[in-house]
Write a protein that binds this ligand. Sequence first.
Ligand SMILES: Nc1ncnc2c1ncn2[C@@H]1O[C@H](COP(=O)(O)OP(=O)(O)O)[C@@H](O)[C@H]1O
Ligand SMILES: [Mg+2]
Length: 257
Amino acid sequence: MEPNGRIEKPIITLDHVSKRFESAGRVKEVVNDVSLEVNENEFVVLFGPGQCGKTTMINLIAGLELASEGTVTVDEKQVDGPGADRGVVYQTTALFPFCSVMGNVEFGPKSRGIDKKARRERAQYFIDLVGLQGFEKSYPNQLSGGMRQRVGIARAYCNDPKVMLMDEPFGHLDAQTRYMMEEELEKIWQKEKRTVVFVTNNIEEAIYLADRIILLTNCPTTIKQEYVVELPRPRSYVDPEFLKLRRIILENTDETL
Ligand SMILES: Nc1ncnc2c1ncn2[C@@H]1O[C@H](COP(=O)(O)OP(=O)(O)O)[C@@H](O)[C@H]1O
Ligand SMILES: [Mg+2]
C-alpha cells in the first residue's frame, strides 16, 4: 500500500508487445517491444511525438488492434477484442446525432437491457458529474466541442468500465477550453477513480494530469523513460517544480520526424 492509500495492483499489463502493420506487401513496425504495467486507479499518460504509435498503443489495450508479438492483459484477462470493461474517449467523440445528451449517455446501459429508471439515474449522475446538468435534452449539433467531449466522458463512465482509455480527448479544443477540461477531468477522476491511460502530445497536459508519464520514442515506438509526477494536486502550470519537470521531459523528447 502506498502512503495515499492506493493499492498497487496492475490492472493493465503489456508484456513485450510489438505491433506491425502490413500494407501493399510492406511491413511497418509501429510498436517495438513495449512492456508496461498500470496499477489500479493510476493515471498514466503516454506522451510522445506525433505519429509515434500512441493511438496504436491505445487500440492495442482497447482490443481494436491485436499485438503482433507479446500479450496485453486487462484485469487478468488477455485482450482479444473490445470489451465494456474498457471505455474509450477519442479526440473527436462520435456521438449519436439523433440522440439527446441523455440518449447518448444512457446508450451503454440501455443496450445491456438495464431498466429505464436505473439507467436514467446512473446517466443523470454522470451528466451532473461532467457539468452538463440542464443539457440532457440537447442534441449533439447544439453543443460546443468541449461539451461534446464531456458527453463522451460521461458516456464512457456510464458503462462502469474498469479502465478509461483517452486518446488526445482535448486535442481539438481551443487552449482556454482545454485548460478547463483538464481541471474538470481531474476533479471527475478524483471523485470517480478509475485506471486511466491518457494519450497526449501536450507536455503541460501530461504533467497536470499524470501520476506517471511514459515518454515514448519516435516510430517504431518504445518506452524511452518514465517519470513519476509527485507534485500535489491540483497542480499549477507555473509552479517552478512543474516547469522544471517540463524542461527535463522536453529535453529528452524526440522531435516528430
Ligand atoms: N492500420 C494501419 N496500417 C498501417 N499503418 C498504420 C496503421 N495504423 C497506424 N499506422 C501507422 O503507424 C504510425 C503511428 O500511428 P499512430 O499510432 O496513429 O500514431 P500517433 O497516435 O502517435 O500519432 C503512423 O505512421 C501510421 O501511419
Ligand atoms: Mg494518435
